[in-house]
Write a protein that binds this ligand. Structure first.
Ligand code: BT5
Length: 325
């Protein structure tokens, strides 16, 4: 049945076929058609859906992310030179941490087409269907970097990913404290940094990056649909994920080197230029409750300074921010 649906979509491409037409021609219900379309998308076909016109095949053949596609595009010296490209994994961060413990070299990248247990911060889950970029990078800063400085990496990665995305039309990506990549108030991606330290020495960092790339907004679960953004929705069609990954790694390598050479100063300065929360009224959520204030600044350790009442400034080291206006 999926083959028949593909044939019909191909006949009409680049035009659209309505769900009703497909249902009538195949003797199926519209729900059954929708389920087959969802399965085709999971298999990697890019199919756009518009409320009135119907389904449109926007990318021929499965959109697959392979090491063979990414490696020739790499311009990096270290990042991605060792590359583990998986179809499915619980979490690329888990896999990268296992590899780091086993001694994998700096710059090792683990990516997956799908994550079955993608993780956000604080035990939250990260929705990771086919079509996104879900990957983790092992870093072994060759410095006496004290573990307390590890959170700086999240800022460094956010700047690098925002810079890579900003070269795409329609993608004026901003950063929301501490780790969100946002466009027009919607979340396009997030970053999860994990580490191992012994005594006062950082052994490795795993930076996990999740980016909604070729995912239709209606494919998101209802709870995320209003809050999430995807590159394909913003850029007006699917983009080449292998190229995007190679570009992100290139920016990441540049910013990583700058961070190691010059410290947090240039990173946080660049972060301030790209962020979208300072000067705004915000609601702060921490493990201990929620409260409102005005975001004033980010200090040199990456903490958010929020004016809770006139003259009363609170320093927030971890938590979530909702922009109120
Ligand atoms: C994050 O957490 O934003 C970090 C996400 C990191 C994901 C990458 S994917 C590769 C690597 N492997 C992993 O297992 N993780 C990393 P946080 O700030 O806690 O945000 C989590 C919240 O974002 C969830 O509670 C949802 O509300 C929302 N969310 C979940 N999936 C989303 C998605 N695909 N797009 C937008 N928002 C999402």
């Amino acid at each position: 049945m999926r083959g028949r649906i593909l044939e019909i979509l191909r006949e009409h491409a680049p035009g659209a076929v309505s769900g009703e037409d497909l249902a009538r021609r195949l003797g199926l219900s519209r729900t059954a058609v929708w389920k087959h379309i969802a399965a085709l998308r999971r298999d990697g076909y890019s199919i756009a859906a518009a409320p009135r016109s119907g389904y449109r095949l926007t990318g021929e053949g499965p959109d697959r992310l392979t090491a063979e596609a990414v490696q020739p595009l790499l311009t990096t010296a270290v990042l991605g030179r060792s590359f583990d490209c998986l179809t499915e994994v619980d979490s690329t961060n888990n896999r990268a941490k296992d590899l780091a413990r086993a001694g994998a070299p700096e710059g090792t990248v683990v990516s997956a087409e799908r994550q079955t247990g993608g993780r956000g911060r604080l035990g939250r889950s990260w929705y990771s269907p086919h079509g996104g970029l879900w990957f983790s990078v092992i870093l072994r800063p060759d410095l006496d970097l004290i573990p307390a400085r590890a959170p700086e990496a999240t800022f460094m990665v956010a700047v690098a990913v925002a810079d890579a995305l900003r070269s795409y039309p329609g993608l004026s990506v901003g950063i929301k404290w501490p780790n969100d990549l946002v466009v027009g108030g919607r979340k396009l991606g997030g970053i999860l940094t994990e580490l191992a330290a012994e005594a006062e020495r950082l052994e490795w960092l795993v930076v996990g990056i999740g980016l909604n790339v070729n995912i239709e907004l209606e494919a998101f679960p209802p709870a995320l649909r209003e809050a999430a953004a995807s590159v394909s929705a913003l850029a007006g069609g699917p983009v080449d994920r292998a190229r995007l990954l190679a570009e992100i790694l290139q920016f990441l390598e540049r910013w990583y080197r700058l961070w190691l050479a010059q410290g947090f100063g240039p990173v946080i300065a660049a972060w301030r230029e790209r962020q979208e929360c300072l000067g705004r009224r915000v609601r702060i959520f921490t493990g201990r409750g929620e409260w409102c204030g005005r975001a004033l600044a980010v200090d040199d350790e990456g903490a958010l300074l929020v004016e809770r009442a006139p003259g009363v400034v609170q320093r927030v080291l971890s938590g979530d921010v909702l922009l109120e206006n």
